[in-house]
Design a protein around this ligand. Sequence first.
Ligand code: AVJ
Length: 317
Amino acid sequence: MERTATSADSAAPTFLSEALAGLTKPRKTLPCKYFYDARGSQLFEEICGLDEYYPTRTELGIMEEHVDGMADAVGPDVRLVELGAGSGRKTRLLLDALDGPAAYLPVEISQAALDGCARRLREAFPDLEVLSVCADYTRRVDLPRPQTAYEGTAAYFPGSTIGNFEPDEARTFLNRVARLVGEGGGLLIGVDLQKERDVLEDAYNDARGVTAAFNLNLLERINRELDGDFDLDAFHHRARWNPDEGRIEMHLVSRRPQQVNLADEAIDFDEGEYITTEYSYKYTEESFEALAQSAGFEAKQVWTDDREWFSVWYLEA
Ligand code: AVJ
C-alpha cells in the first residue's frame, strides 16, 4: 500500500522570502533547513562519515548498545513517527528492536528524501505499514491514521537536529511534539553534549573541507534556485564554539566589501561581515532535562557513550 499525505499550507514562507528576510537583517542569517538540496544532502552524508564528525558514529554506537532498552521504553504496537527522513540506519535498528510497531510514518519536507526513505524502509520491512507524510515538521502536522490498530504514538528525532533550534524554538518545537504524540506518548531523541572546544570545533572544521563545501552550497543553491549572484570565492566558511551560548556557530564570511543581488534587493557586505547559517546547540544532561520538562515532557531514561559525548533520551508526554 502506498499513500502520501501532504499538509499544504499557502501561508508557508518560501525559500526566497526567508532568504531575503535573513539577508536584509543587520546581522545577516540564512535558515539552515535550506542546506539540504540534493547536493547538500549528499555532502551531509559525507560529513557523517568524517573522522572529526563524532556525533553520527557516537549516536549509532549508543543505539547499537542500548536499542533493546529503548524499544522497551517505547513499548509495543506503536505508531512510530520519524521527524525528518535520514539515511535510515538508526531507524532500521530501532524498528528491528521494537515489539510489533503498528506503522512507520516518516515526516519530511523534501519529497525526494521522503520517497527514498520510504522505499528503503519498505524493502527492509515488507510487512510494515509505511505512511509517508510530506510536511514541515516545525509547523503543525496532521498524522494519517494507520490501518493497523496501534497502542499509542512515539516520535523519533535522532541526529541532534534539536541543536539547530534556539532554546525558545526548541521548547516550542518539543511542546508541539508532546501534543502530537499525546499524553502517555513518547519521544526518543538524540542530543549532542557539551565537551571541550577542540573536539567541537574540529567536528565543524574538518580537514578535507567537506563542511566548508556544505556551508557554501547554500549560496550556490540561492544562485541556482533564486537567481542570486553570490561569488562563492568571495566567502569562506567558519565555525566556532560559543561557550556562553553553548553552541557552535557556522558563518559564511565575506572576504571583501561587495554587493550581492537577489530578486530586487542589493545586499551590501563589509569585509569580514558574515552570514550566520547554523547554530548547533550542545546541551548538558541537566540543561536538556530542564528544557524537556519545560516543554511538557518527563525525561524517563537517558543513554550515553563512555566519553559522554552524545545522549539519547526517552521522554514521555
Ligand atoms: C546533525 C543536522 C544537527 O548540527 O551537527 C553538520 C548538521 N552542520 N555539520 C549538526 C551539520 C555542520 C548538524 N545536524
